[in-house]
Every structure is written in structure tokens, then in C-alpha cells.
Design a protein around this ligand. Structure first.
Ligand SMILES: [Cu+2]
Length: 338
């Protein structure tokens, strides 16, 4: 499609700004890789082309008139002949805009319907997404998995189509779920259940972000969608379903269990009181910490636990007073949760 080649050139500057902002894992909305994102993208291309054509015609006529009828030396300065009313012109400038609006609204309706009325096949993967200030909870009800900030889903190919159906809920205020390469934005609203779907066509890591201002740390409410091959996905599922297996001396686990951490965090098979913060059962299987561009390492984990308000000011995890030994023990224990 020629549009495909033409538009990237047109948007090269904005795309460059966008990808510079979102850094490595791609959040480039000009490269859609799932059906809902592709449909939305095609609609925007059509809209841009139509608007561009209107702009060129109107701007061209205006420029022509300005140059052609500019005042020149020796012009007769009396008023030119005045023309009142022209049915032809009236009809033209009424009918053409109506046609344009009609084409744009019909295409929008068609694409909205195609995205919204998609039938969810029985073998789809179901995930419940819960927006929290300021992190994402992902529950896989059929697989009994609970994780945070990184959503693993299988790739959908011609040979092995696999749709992922997302149910979106909020634990507090309104958030917005947006992974530009996979689907359009969907609001995540308290006391309301929204839904969306995606069928990613290439494996990889796709960056998303909360797209509805939700408080101080809205900007650090990122998410990653990790699109796995079916085999990788099965492997991930097996690992996530396992209870936390620790190779640590018991003292480290005891330090964790004796701390207030367990009021807010669950570790499957160890402690299950806390649901305020992310499930930590397989903490180290995540690439990033606290929904931000912070790699999950022992050092970043230590910084976070020592003073959560430094890395993400205003977030809902309080600094828990711990001495260095306790801190080291808890960090060692958490880094063993793979
Ligand atoms: Cu949010």
C-alpha cells in the first residue's frame, strides 16, 4: 500500500520524537502489530489523507488568490465588480463537506464496529487487568496466575491464531490501558468493567502506559506486553503456577515474614494476606521494577525497599523501618523468587 510508505515519511519527525520518548521496547504507534491497532491506524491514515487534501486545496486557492489579485503598480483602486449569490458555488461548498463528513463517519463506524463486535473464540486467553495507583495487576483466572506490570500473552499467527481477551477494572480511580502497537486506548474505570482484545502478530516486548491521568505517579505507570511463542508462553505459565521456590536460608524468609511487608504483598505458598501491592511470588521473572523504566536487579530492589518514596514519590508503599541486616535478608529472599 502506497500510504504505508508515504505516511511514515510525513510523520518521520513526530515518530522520531515518539520513539525517543518511549525508549527501546517499542511503543511506536506508526507500526501496528495486531488487528485492533492496525484498523485504528488505517482509519487515522485515511483521515489524515482526507484532511491533507482539504488543506492543500483550500491553502492552494488562498495562496493563488493572494498572489494573483495582489495590488500592483497602476491598479485602478476603485472597488472591483461585486457578485451576489451563486447557486453553483453554494451547492458545491455544501455538498463536498457533507460527502467528506459522510465518508469519515462511515469509515469510523465500520472500524469501531469491527473492533467492538469481534467474536471472542472459546479458546481465547482471558486476562483480567486491574489498574491500581500506580501499577497494573494481571490476573489469569483460568490459569490461576497473578502478576504485575508485565503481561505475557502468546503470539497469534495464521497457522495458530490465538486471541487474548482483556477484562479491565480499576481498584481506585480512572486509568487508561494503552499499548500503541497492539490496540487503541481503553479506559479503566472504577465500578465498571470494560473489555478489549488483541492478537499480536509478532513476538517481542511492547511498551504501554496509563493513558488517563490518575495522580502523581501516572507517568510511572508503565506496562509491558511480552508476546511469547506458544512454547515460551506454556513455559512461563508453568513457572508462574508453581509456588515460590526459594533456595535461601530460612532466616531470610523469616525476616520477610516478620516484617510488615506481608500486610500488602502475597507470596504464593508462603503468605497470602496482602493484596494491596503486587504479588511477589515470581518477582524476579519480571524485567522491570514498579512499573517504571527500572531494571529488576538486587540493587534496584534494595533501593526501592529502603526508600520507596525516593524512586516514585507519593506512591502507596510506605518506607518500612529496617536495619541493614534485615534489609539485606529481605532483598536476598526476594531475589530468590524466580
Ligand atoms: Cu493510571
Amino acid at each position: 500500500m502506497t500510504l504505508r510508505r508515504f505516511l511514515p515519511a510525513l510523520f518521520i519527525s513526530s515518530a522520531a520524537v515518539l520513539s525517543a520518548q518511549t525508549m527501546h521496547p517499542s511503543g511506536n504507534m506508526f507500526r501496528p502489530l495486531a488487528t485492533p491497532a492496525r484498523l485504528v491506524s488505517e482509519l487515522s491514515e485515511l483521515t489524515v489523507v482526507v484532511c491533507l487534501a482539504v488543506f492543500i486545496v483550500v491553502g492552494g486557492l488562498l495562496t493563488y488568490a493572494v498572489i494573483r489579485f495582489a495590488h500592483r503598480e497602476g491598479d485602478n483602486l476603485s472597488e472591483p465588480p461585486q457578485v451576489y449569490g451563486s447557486n453553483q458555488v453554494e451547492i458545491a461548498w455544501t455538498v463536498i463537506p457533507i460527502l467528506i463528513v459522510f465518508v469519515l463517519s462511515m469509515s469510523t463506524a465500520r472500524i469501531t464496529a469491527a473492533v467492538q463486535n469481534q467474536k471472542i473464540p472459546k479458546d481465547a486467553l482471558y486476562v483480567t487487568v486491574i489498574g491500581h495507583q500506580w501499577w497494573w495487576e494481571f490476573q489469569y483466572p483460568d490459569l490461576k496466575i497473578n502478576t504485575a506490570n508485565e503481561l505475557h500473552i502468546p503470539v497469534s499467527t495464521m497457522a495458530q491464531p490465538k486471541l487474548t481477551s482483556l477484562t479491565l477494572k480499576s481498584a481506585d480511580v480512572s486509568h487508561g490501558f494503552w499499548v500503541p502497537q497492539l490496540a487503541g486506548k481503553t479506559d479503566v474505570i472504577p465500578n465498571r468493567t470494560n473489555s478489549m482484545w488483541m492478537d499480536p502478530q509478532e513476538t517481542g516486548t511492547y511498551l504501554g502506559n496509563c493513558s488517563e491521568y490518575c495522580g502523581t505517579q501516572h507517568a510511572k505507570m508503565e506496562l509491558r506486553v511480552i508476546v511469547d511463542t506458544p512454547e515460551e508462553f506454556q513455559k512461563w505459565v508453568k513457572e508462574q503456577q508453581a509456588e515460590a521456590a526459594s533456595t535461601q536460608p530460612d532466616a531470610n524468609r523469616e525476616a520477610f515474614l516478620a516484617s510488615p511487608c506481608i500486610v500488602c504483598h502475597t507470596i504464593n505458598g508462603v503468605t497470602s494476606m496482602g493484596t494491596v501491592g503486587p504479588d511477589l511470588t515470581h518477582l524476579m521473572s519480571r524485567q522491570t521494577l514498579v512499573a517504571a523504566e527500572v531494571p529488576m536487579t538486587a540493587a534496584s530492589l534494595r533501593d526501592w525497599i529502603k526508600d520507596p518514596q525516593h524512586m516514585k514519590p507519593g506512591n502507596k508503599m510506605p518506607a518500612v523501618p529496617l536495619n541493614d541486616t534485615q534489609l539485606d535478608q529481605i532483598v536476598s529472599y526476594l531475589t530468590s523468587l524466580r
